[in-house]
Design a protein. Structure first.
Length: 238
């Protein structure tokens, strides 16, 4: 098998949560270009899925396997951000972010593994964030905390499932031009501050993040598990 063939995903089935827009939509396109059959799961799409709803998650994954006969890849991407300084962050908002960004990723990973384990193979790629590897540039404690949890959840699941054939990795994007970051980038001076803090001097585009997901979702990364890959224009290297 050539190295380029290892990036091919012909005949494989993938689920991408939060795949209707932004990074998720770019990942969906990348996996489809690589030959995978991709099912998009998103609260704002069709079919709709609330990743924080345990019964809905289990039923959704079971239905995908029933209809397609297999599940090879989960891109665990659904996430939200509620940005307030800590003293202004309500417990309800905190719980909302935790439910989607942390509990939702756990529920989806668990549901995927239940179907991957009998097959003896599978790949799970979580969406973390550079905010989970640093203190960030502005107050956003619920997002930063949950994304940090994803980094260690990735390690823990990778170790637990390493001998089963399931690999678990994560991608940690920096600021990307998406609807999720629009509210931040619209703040006066914020984009300039972000660009100044980024050695490459610019924001990322969703397509630039998608390549990292394709690598970790494909057999090209066959010996990689428990890793979080930052795509950050050099921010963490400073």
């Amino acid at each position: 098998m050539s190295i380029l063939d290892r990036f091919r995903m012909d005949g494989e089935v993938a689920i991408v949560t939060g795949g209707a827009s932004g990074i998720g939509a770019a990942v969906v396109e990348a996996l489809r270009e690589a030959g995978a059959s991709v099912i998009v799961a998103d609260r704002n799409g069709e079919p709709s899925l609330d990743v924080a709803d345990e019964r809905a998650v289990d039923a959704f994954f079971a239905d995908v396997v029933r209809r397609h006969g297999r599940l090879d890849v989960l891109v665990n991407n659904a996430g939200i951000a509620i940005r307030h300084p800590t003293l202004e962050l309500s417990s309800a908002d905190w719980n909302s972010v935790v439910a989607v960004n942390m509990t939702g990723m756990f529920l989806c990973a668990r549901a995927a593994a239940r179907h991957m384990l009998p097959a003896g193979e599978g790949r799970i790629v979580n969406t973390a964030s550079v905010m989970g590897l640093s203190g960030g540039l502005y107050p956003n404690v619920s997002y930063q905390t949950t994304k940090g949890a994803i980094v260690n959840m990735t390690r823990a699941l990778a170790i637990e499932w390493a001998r089963t054939g399931i690999r678990v990795n994560a991608v940690a994007p920096w600021f990307v031009r998406t609807a999720l970051t629009a509210g931040v980038l619209d703040r006066p001076g914020m984009q300039a501050e972000i660009e100044a803090a980024t050695p490459m001097g610019r924001l990322a585009e969703p397509e630039e993040i998608a390549g990292a997901f394709l690598y970790l979702a494909s057999r090209a990364s066959g010996m990689v598990t428990g890793h979080t890959l930052p795509v950050d224009g050099g921010f963490l290297a400073r």
